[in-house]
Design a protein around this ligand. Sequence first.
Ligand code: GDP
Ligand code: MG
Length: 265
Amino acid sequence: MDNTSESRLLLPITGVNNYKHYLDLDLDYLERRAGDPIGVENVDNSSKEEESPADSLDRVKVIFLGAPGVGKSSIIRQFVWSEFYEEYRPTERRETFYPSVVHADRLYELKITDLPTIPYFPVSTHLEWTDFRYYGLRSATAYVLVFDLSNQDTFQYIRTLREQIYEARDMRGVPLLVVGNKQDKLSGVVASGTRYRDIVNLVRKHWRCSYVECSARFNCRVVQVFRELMKSIQAVEGTSTPTPAASHQPLRSHSHESRDKCVLL
Ligand code: GDP
Ligand code: MG
């Protein structure tokens, strides 16, 4: 158990401690305000793992899930930073990305969470707290479930995960997008096989999910993944007041890194 985060979260706040607690939060806040609103926050330090003040913004929280090695991190990095690594570097801790996108004349600030492989989806808040603390699994605005088109066994992982997600929370108004990645490795034989057709049918007709095939390696249809995601999010937004991109709080001009960007979808 992590003592640092436990004491910050659970100890009653009194006297001097009370003051220090708020001081910590203020410093966090100032750090983010002065720093990088759009980039990545590598979070392995539990004292930083409380919901950051950035979360209080009206961010769209998107979580990528899927079996190990299917290309979740590659899709995100290709989209946010236009970079791709051939070698496999397993994601060992939560990583959070903050790109902004404009879709249908509206500005959205995304919070994309990339995670180590989760063995199951927590069915209760208690399990989320004990096993997946600070992953934000049960409070996501939307899920992107990724499998590898060249290794269709990886579909079984998202199939099971999807069932668990539906058991764990009310999914009305929570979009779920399925992505078949590594399209560059999808052979003609596999693409014309029944197994492949069954997967596409299941996702589109039975799950009624948006489905996109892409190749993170060649940056092929990666933008389409996010376009479909934003479409699904807009579709469930209902009556919330639209924020025209032009009148929304402007993106900070002092961007921390030159590769930070706002993507027009
Ligand atoms: P994750 O575990 O799901 O996050 O998977 P990664 O993004 O780390 O990718 C796993 C491996 O697959 C890495 O070696 C990547 O280079 C490779 N990879 C990711 N996307 C693609 C793709 O679209 N095509 C090909 N050929 N390889 C990919
Ligand atoms: Mg990864």
